[in-house]
Ligand binder design. Sequence first.
Ligand code: PLP
Length: 387
Amino acid sequence: MKIAESVNRLGTETAFKVLAEAKKLEKDGKKVIHLSLGQPDFKTSEHIVDATIKALKDGHHGYVLPNGTIECRKAVSRKVKSLYNANIDPERIVIMPGGKPTMYYAISLFGEPGAEIIYPDPGFPIYKSMINYTGAKAVPVNLTETKDFSISPEKILSLINKNTRLLILNNPHNPTGSFTEKNKIDQLAEGLKKFPDVAILSDEIYSRQIFDGKEMPTFFNYPDLYERLIILDGWSKTYCMTGWRLGWSVWPEQLIEHVIKFCVNNHSCVNAAIQYGGIAALDGHEDELNNMIENFSLRRKLIVDGLNSLNGVQCNLPGGAFYAFPNVRKTGMNGQEFAKRCLYKAGVAIVPGTAFGSFANDYVRFSFAASRENISKAIEKIEKLLK
Ligand code: PLP
């Protein structure tokens, strides 16, 4: 067998590898505290589950439109209007099986040999993986601890050249939990006006997980960019629906026919009944979401204080998402050694910074989507390990 060369350029998501190693330890009778996975540890709300079950009982079991049912797309449009006061035609919305396909299709639409795509490093590993897969040049924009891992408009704009086709942004940010405030995003949006040929993929999957009551600096705020703006969002993180595989995206009008072709060639359509659950989530009450954010806020303090109390560990306060990204260099270990020892010696599963790019050797990612009890226990265990 000879497989295509491009397949060798695909990367992966190490969080799943850490999970597999942790599960193996558990199978061997070891106790593991899981702080590696990027998913909320709360249940999907009952009204969402009920609407999905009802849809199945009502017979919504067949194929539906590849870009999503019109009811679901209208619900997204209503939500965007209520959250951001933006008017988005449902014909520009595509319902996806999760957030990832939006990434895959957007990068496939612009990536080819000779093209350049700018992406955050550290960042979600699939950006670089997909850029490499297409044969385009992956151009990292380094997010640094000294700047609180936030987006630097100057740095990004300085990387754009005549080959740049796409700029990928993620705010709030995985893996660092950084949150870039609106004034910086305004500055970037203004600067991007000088580069009308560069498309923007704004990954806003953590748009509802922001602390201290701050406003989401969404790219919906810039109608001038709509002709080249792709927004990635979805139900996974906001409504605790990671395993449902349901996402939504907004595209420039002229890209819609191409995106729909990707959908038809790849997944045909998204599960019909689940889209009813999606509508119930968007139109329903958000008590559980508010409760989750309150919980995350308490856990954030607990984990950051705990990490900063450890010898040689330094952690910035995350402004969004549910990740802490401490620097562990002063423990005498790099991120990879630290994560390995945490798993095998302390029974705490975390992800090394190298999983997220080439500028993150000294870091590890803790997900605080775990109970306060488990967070405290994990800190105690690591404290013992470091002693
Ligand atoms: N974008 C970012 C930044 C993520 O962290 C994730 C998942 O962890 C995704 C997109 C993908 O989300 P989904 O599980 O809905 O495909």
